[in-house]
Structures are given as C-alpha cells and as structure tokens.
Design a protein around this ligand. Structure first.
Ligand code: BEZ
Ligand code: FE2
Length: 406
C-alpha cells in the first residue's frame, strides 16, 4: 500500500485541503491525512511536494499519433487547403513518422499529466507506440471511404486493424471504432460499422461538422468540397446528409469530434441520443473552422471533453496548452467557472465518455494520478483550477495503475 498526499486534492469538482490517498493498483481510501495515517500505519508514504495539487490522471480523448511528424508541412488557416495538403503530403508525413516519434508524442502527453488517450488510428501504424506507452489507450480504428468501388476493401482493412488492436488489452489498449467524417464514409459502410460497434460493444467516435464547407457540401453538394471531390474522387454529390449521418448513430451514444457547425436541432438530437462532444479549440482555430459554442452545450446538457487533436492540426499535444487556449478563446464565459468546467472535461467527464474507471479520486477507481505544483501557495482556494491551468506546463508526478512514470 502506498499513500500520496498533496496540499490540495481534487475530488468531485472541489479541492480538499490536507487529504491523503491510499492506493495499490486501485484507490483504496481517500480521507484527511490523519485518518489515513491511523488506518494504514504500515503503508509507504510518498514525500509531499510543496504547493501541490493532486488530480486524477488527465485524459486526452482525441489525438492522431500517425501525423506526429508534421511541423511546418500542412497548410493551416482554412479547412479545404489543409485537407488538400493532407492528401498531398500524407505519404511523406506517415513515412517520416516513426514509432519512436509516436512514443515521444505519448511521452510529451505524459509530461503534461495525460494518463489516458483516445488515439484515432487511420492506418494502424501507431499500434506499436500505443502498446509501448504505459498510458491507457482507447484505440479508435478509423474507417474511411465514400467511393462505392473501394469501400469493401477499405472495410476489410478496417476489420483487420480492429482485430489486431484487440490483442493488447493486457497492455491497457482497448479496441474502438472511429468513423472518419460524414463526407468521407459511405452510408452503407457506416451502417455496417455501427452494427459492428454494437456487436462488439465498442466505443464509437466520428468527426462531425468541423467546417462550414462540410455543412455546405452535405446540405447542397456545393462549396469548397465540390472541386475537392471532383478532383480526387470524381464525385459530384455528397453521399449522405447531416440528418441521415447523425441518425445512423441513433441508440448508440457516440463521441463526436468538433461539431463547431452543428445547429440547434442537431445539438438537440445529440443531447437526446446521449452523444458527447470532443472539443479541440486549437485545431479548430488553426484550420479556420471557428469556435464551438460551449454555452449552448451547457444549456443542452451535452457532456464534452477537451482534446488536442493531432500534430497535423496543432503545435503541441500538451493538454495544459489546450486548456489555456480554451480559457482564452471562450472569453464570454465566467473565468472561474470555465476553469473548473475544463478540468472536469479532461478528468471525470472524459472518463465517463470513454467508459473508463478512472478520472476521479475516489475509492475503487484506478490509481491514475497527476500531481502538479503551483509556483506558490494559492491565496484563494476557489481559484486553484485557474492557477493550475495558467501555471502548469509539466506535471511533477504521474501514476498509472499505481505505478509512478514521472
Ligand atoms: C473519401 O474517401 O471520400 C475521402 C477520403 C479522404 C478525405 C475526404 C474524402
Ligand atoms: Fe481529429
């Protein structure tokens, strides 16, 4: 048995002073320091860090490791020019992205306290990195293909990748399914994939309404996607509509990424169907997609996570960089409430979205912890979430399933 203690411990959205946590692989007890000392006299105490705050391990629900080699290649600023550049540079980017590079990307996330990731895997090239990193990984095998002539081969490849990723549950890797996007997945294969997800009881995720151009294409088969599909896929109409795509997930709660251009009626359906949203504010900014209306999500009670997306649409995978960006971008929201809300988005809410028994410091939960150190003692306890977001770049300690990795 080990005991970890901090000046403040984040429990159920609040900061508790002078608490201690007894743990093995799972959390055994959470209580004031003196109570734990009496209960576990022989346990090993981890030395306390000054001005420390103990959080559950942080969760980044949406990242693309296979594009980790991008720094100055892809075309940022507007969605279609970016998508063109992805197609043009895809081979070069994936060839230069080694397993070592992807492991480094995972390590950089661990440095920022991330103990769990949702890895969107387009080709399965990231499986070795995901079985090597000690992090918990939801391995979202991505399905793509809107051309009826190639969908069967692409579907078979997807099933093979899914099956390969299902062999590593002892390495904390859980197989899951990602639908690339409404514009890039044929409705017939979408139907097959959702049926497969239901059969396997797998988590399901999909990019949805990221850009205005996507909305325009799906609604009118017009706009910037028109020449894109003309050039690359010899296709002049969208193969689905927003409504038909979204209805494809009815009865199976799905984690939708972006949703920046979802309108009220789509968000109402998302809420009704118990779907959730991954919010990637820096990716949305860098690809010229605009800003998700978080207040609308709050009003409709739609759970959301905060995620970095990949280095194909971001400059770092540091979750604190993402938290700061979100804090600055959503300037219309009360600063203190937003800080607390964002911390919840990367802990308990993200864990519930990914069906994981972590993200909370409570008895029986996984012993995943991120310990951060504030630069000095917080003068107001109600501002600890804000100070954490503003002042943290790297965590001081990180534990996954009771083992210390940082
Ligand atoms: C498609 O298969 O339709 C597709 C693939 C990549 C990007 C866009 C569309
Ligand atoms: Fe993404």
């Amino acid at each position: 048995m080990k005991i970890i203690t901090a000046d403040y411990t984040y429990i159920d959205g609040r900061y508790h002073k002078a608490y201690a946590v007894a743990f093995e692989k799972k959390i055994v007890a959470v209580a004031p320091v003196e109570t734990i000392r009496e209960q576990y006299p022989d346990a090993e105490w981890i030395e306390k860090v000054s001005h420390s705050v103990l959080y559950p391990g942080l969760i980044n629900t949406h990242v693309h490791l296979e594009f980790s080699s991008n720094k100055t290649t892809l075309n940022y600023g507007s969605y279609l020019p970016w998508l063109h550049s992805v197609i043009e540079d895809r081979n070069h980017l994936t060839e230069t992205c080694t397993t070592e590079m992807m492991i480094e990307a995972c390590q950089s996330m661990m440095q920022s306290g991330v103990s769990t990731i949702g890895a969107i895997s387009s080709m399965g090239l990231d499986l070795d990195a995901c079985t090597t990193t000690p992090q918990r990984v939801i391995f979202f095998n991505e399905l793509i293909g809107s051309n009826p002539q190639t969908v069967d081969a692409l579907y078979d490849d997807f099933i093979q990748r899914y099956n390969s990723s299902a062999e590593y549950t002892e390495k904390r890797v859980t197989p899951a399914i990602a639908i690339h996007a409404p514009y890039s997945v044929h409705p017939i294969v979408l139907k097959k994939a959702v049926a497969f997800a239901k059969e396997k009881q797998s988590l399901l995720s999909a990019h949805f309404l990221e850009s205005q151009a996507e909305r325009q294409w799906l609604t009118h088969s017009k706009g910037e996607f028109k020449s894109f599909f003309d050039t690359f896929f010899n296709q002049n109409r969208a193969t689905t509509t927003i409504e038909a795509f979204l209805s494809g997930f009815d009865g199976y709660p799905t984690h939708f990424t972006h949703c920046v251009h979802a309108k009220e009626k789509e968000l109402e359906k998302i809420a009704r169907e118990k779907h959730t949203i991954a919010h990637c504010p820096r990716s949305n900014r860098l690809l010229g997609c605009g800003k998700l209306d978080l207040q609308r999500l709050e009003r409709l009670d739609i759970p959301f996570s905060l995620a970095t997306d990949g280095l194909s649409s971001n400059n770092s995978l540091n979750i604190f960089d993402e938290l700061r960006a979100a804090l600055m971008m959503h300037h219309e929201t009360n600063l203190h409430m937003l800080s607390l809300r964002l911390i919840r988005a990367i802990t308990s809410d993200a864990a519930k979205i990914l069906h994981l028994n972590c993200g909370q410091i409570a008895q029986e939960y996984e012993a995943d912890f991120a310990l951060i150190q504030l630069p000095e003692e917080p003068k107001r306890e109600e501002d600890i979430a804000l100070w954490t977001i503003l002042h943290t770049n790297q965590v001081t300690e990180l534990y996954i399933e009771g083992e210390r990795y940082i």
